[in-house]
Design a protein around this ligand. Structure first.
Ligand SMILES: *[C@@H]1O[C@H](CO)[C@@H](O)[C@H](O)[C@H]1NC(C)=O
Ligand SMILES: *[C@@H]1O[C@H](CO)[C@@H](O)[C@H](O)[C@H]1NC(C)=O
Ligand SMILES: *[C@@H]1O[C@H](CO)[C@@H](O)[C@H](O)[C@H]1NC(C)=O
Length: 352
């Protein structure tokens, strides 16, 4: 029996290996980014490759060889663009070898968006197996990925920061089979229609996974399905019992001082977590008000369904949180989050 199990294990790990697909050379027609390159026609940074593209409606692609590229990259071209990172396993973020990083906070940059290491201000964008980091660290908003496009897919990518890692600000967007790390409000935005499936979410310190700042009673939402929330490597000790699924962002509460965007009233929050495994030790409330003086909980829809894992043992949710039944949960899908035409722009092989 032992021998049979052993053979089974070997057979299963073999299956896993054969299912891993590598992407270690550029797809036909892609612009090539290679650190330190002297080859004619290649680019030594992602921004140089992006800036070389025609600003027309043509479809373009970029392939990034292994390396750490320290710069901000802003993308505004009109036509579709796909960026591929070098990897030995396209199905996961774990083998990514191309990293774009920068360390700038919103105070220095002038706005959340301007601090972004990678800023997407275009529609029809895909990115595979690239890591994007804001290395600023603790103390202020410092965005890794600032996303303002429509029909945007982020596949097998790693997004790293501490406060406000991912600005999922507007447009239909999906994040699939990747990694998202942070502590304070690290997935946030106002009008994003976002779906998150099969990601690992890494908690670095005390805080809130999401801070939805939905600006009106519109149809936008953040829908999470089958993600795993873990303690990030190198997490601070205050990650324990001081992390939540989310809190409702109010513009006034957040943008006092340097970020004043006066006049915008915010009705916060519609966030749904389905089928989540939480191993990071959450606060037993699971959901939080914005602050004691500004709770912002009047209009929130904060819901979870089939949450499991040691991190949520003894959960005792506040009255503004909802636990969904199976039939209620069935209404929140990739289609409800980003639109029923999603198969026309999402890489469905990554959908969880
Ligand atoms: C491309 O054109 C769009 C639309 O006119 C414009 O908003 C954007 O700034 C342009 N980007 C570049 C890189 O020229
Ligand atoms: C969590 O701990 C880190 C490291 O000591 C600290 O910088 C951070 O401010 C703490 N977070 C909170 C919310 O207290
Ligand atoms: C609950 O979530 C777990 C983890 O994602 C999943 O394996 C399981 O199938 C889910 N159960 C139901 C009833 O959906």
């Amino acid at each position: 029996m032992f021998r049979v199990l052993n053979y089974l294990t070997i057979y299963l790990s073999f299956l896993h290996i054969v299912h891993a697909t590598s992407r270690t050379s550029p797809p036909t027609g892609a612009k090539i980014v290679r650190a330190g390159t002297a080859n004619s026609g290649e680019f030594s940074t992602p921004s140089a490759a992006v800036n070389s593209l025609p600003n027309d409606s043509s479809s373009q692609s970029i392939f990034i060889y292994p390396g750490t590229y320290t710069e901000q990259v802003s993308i505004t071209r009109v036509g579709p663009l796909t960026i591929y990172g070098y990897t030995t396993d396209t199905s996961t973020y774990k083998n990514n070898q191309a990293t774009i990083q920068f360390g700038l906070d919103a105070g220095q940059a002038g706005s959340d968006d301007a601090s972004g290491t990678l800023r997407i201000h275009k529609d029809n964008f895909k990115m595979y197996n690239v890591n994007v980091k804001n290395t600023f660290g603790v103390g202020s908003q410092a965005i890794a990925l600032s996303q303002y496009g429509d029909r945007v897919g982020i596949y097998g990518c790693g997004l790293y920061g501490y406060q406000d890692t991912l600005l999922a600000e507007q447009g239909a967007q999906v994040y699939l089979r990747g990694y998202i790390e942070g502590a304070t409000d690290f997935i946030f935005g106002q009008r994003g229609q976002a779906y998150f499936g099969g990601n690992t979410i890494g908690v670095k310190g005390a805080g809130w996974v999401t801070a939805s700042g939905r600006s009106s009673d519109d149809s936008t939402s953040y829908v999470f399905n089958a993600n795993t929330i873990v303690t990030a490597s190198g997490a601070f000790s205050n990650a324990t019992s001081r992390q939540y699924f989310g809190r409702p962002w109010s513009n006034y509460a957040k943008y006092v001082g340097i970020h004043a965007r006066s006049g915008e009233a915010h009705i916060p929050g519609r966030v749904i977590f389905k089928n989540t495994v939480v191993t990071a030790p959450f606060n037993t409330a699971l959901w939080s008000e914005w602050s004691t003086s500004t709770p912002n909980t009047d209009h929130v829809f904060f819901a979870d369904y089939n949450t499991s894992g040691g991190g949520v043992s003894g959960a005792s949710r506040p009255s503004f949180a909802t636990v969904l039944s199976a039939s209620q949960a069935a209404a929140y899908t990739i289609s409800s989050a980003v639109g029923s035409d999603y198969t026309s722009w999402v890489d469905t092989s990554y959908v969880v």
